[in-house]
Design a protein around this ligand. Structure first.
Ligand code: G3P
Ligand code: CA
Length: 316
């Protein structure tokens, strides 16, 4: 990444100016936009987890529109690829939980996925926020989402299960570049897969990267925590060199706070040590106000939440 604090200057880039892609954006404006994004990332970022997914079906237009209306800084999306090579926003590897279909997402074409009901499941699971209109919502392509919101928001995009989708990194960077989003400072890319992040960096080293980690007890009943992919040791063993190894390619770390919504896996000292090694610390997925207050007290740099309205009520 090429962030130069000496040259910081606030600019605003009209969406129309970006229309048609990166070629219309002068290099100096791109540098300013990336600098603005970097500067904004130094403040607490409200990251709408799968959109405002506590209020509406995750990663669908209602959830994303609500998150935008609630003034989330980033729309968080999990990106996977259809059988015919289209990038879609979808969390699970199977379509069973959040649609009326069954099977692995990678086996379906976009046309087949578009025919599914991607919202009725939410009405069955959330009486408080149920809405008959949700039965009409569809799985969205990344392109559809970008065309809807443009650079009026920022996107926090996860390469989800990238080992299932050879070429997903190139397809993602191509799509973001075609819409001028990296150049506009409107995209962050996150992954649990270090190789996926390194591939993104090789394709475009301007996009800020977040290394996701998930700490959990290796064996049930074992006190010792490990990281899912082994990208770091567990929190009790992690040292400065481990954080610095991530800082070589990523701007920050995205970590769970708890395991199974019960056991806390990180503490204020973990956050302090990561930040002392120049890493941003973003924490997922925090829906209780009490937890939000605690993390704000710890000084974290961003919080993923299904309820961006709750978090913004604390920070705005
Ligand atoms: O991307 C941060 C957080 O969303 C990771 O968990 O399973 O919700 O993608 P998951
Ligand atoms: Ca995610």
């Amino acid at each position: 990444m090429h962030f130069d604090l000496c040259c910081f200057r606030r600019v605003s880039i009209p969406l129309a100016f970006l229309g048609g892609g990166a070629l219309l954006l002068p290099l100096s404006a791109q540098a300013d936009a990336l600098q603005q994004q970097f500067d904004d990332l130094q403040n607490l970022q409200v990251i709408a987890h799968r959109g405002a997914s506590g209020h509406a079906p995750e990663q669908t237009l209602p959830a994303l529109k609500l998150a935008h209306e609630m003034e989330a800084d980033y729309l968080e999306l999990d990106i996977q690829m259809t059988a015919d090579g289209e990038l879609v926003a979808f969390h699970d590897e199977t379509i069973d939980r959040t649609t009326d279909g069954e099977g692995e997402l990678k086996d379906f074409t976009l046309e087949e996925l578009k025919a599914l009901d991607a919202g009725s499941w939410f009405n069955a699971s959330s009486q408080e926020h149920a809405d008959d209109a949700f039965s009409e919502v569809q799985i969205l392509t990344l392109g559809e989402i970008i065309e809807h919101f443009g650079t009026d928001t920022r996107y926090y995009l996860e390469t989800k299960s990238p080992e299932l989708y050879p070429g997903i990194e190139e397809a993602l960077v191509d799509e973001l570049e075609a819409h001028g989003l990296i150049q506009a400072g409107a995209a962050v890319i996150q992954s649990f897969s270090q190789p996926s992040l390194l591939e993104i960096q090789a394709l475009n080293d301007d996009v800020p990267l977040i290394q996701l980690v998930w700490y959990y007890p290796e064996d049930n009943g074992d006190e010792r925590l490990v990281e899912w992919t082994g990208v770091t040791p567990g929190p009790s063993e992690i040292d400065d060199a481990d954080f610095q190894a991530i800082r070589e390619y990523a701007l920050g770390i995205g970590t769970n706070l708890t395991y199974d919504d019960e056991r806390q896996v990180i503490d204020a000292a973990f956050v302090e040590q990561a930040q002392a090694n120049d890493l941003l610390v973003h924490v997922y997925t925090i829906n209780e106000t009490e937890d939000m207050r605690m993390l704000l007290d710890w000084g974290v740099d961003g919080i993923f939440t299904d309820f961006p309205d709750r978090l913004n009520a604390l920070v705005q």
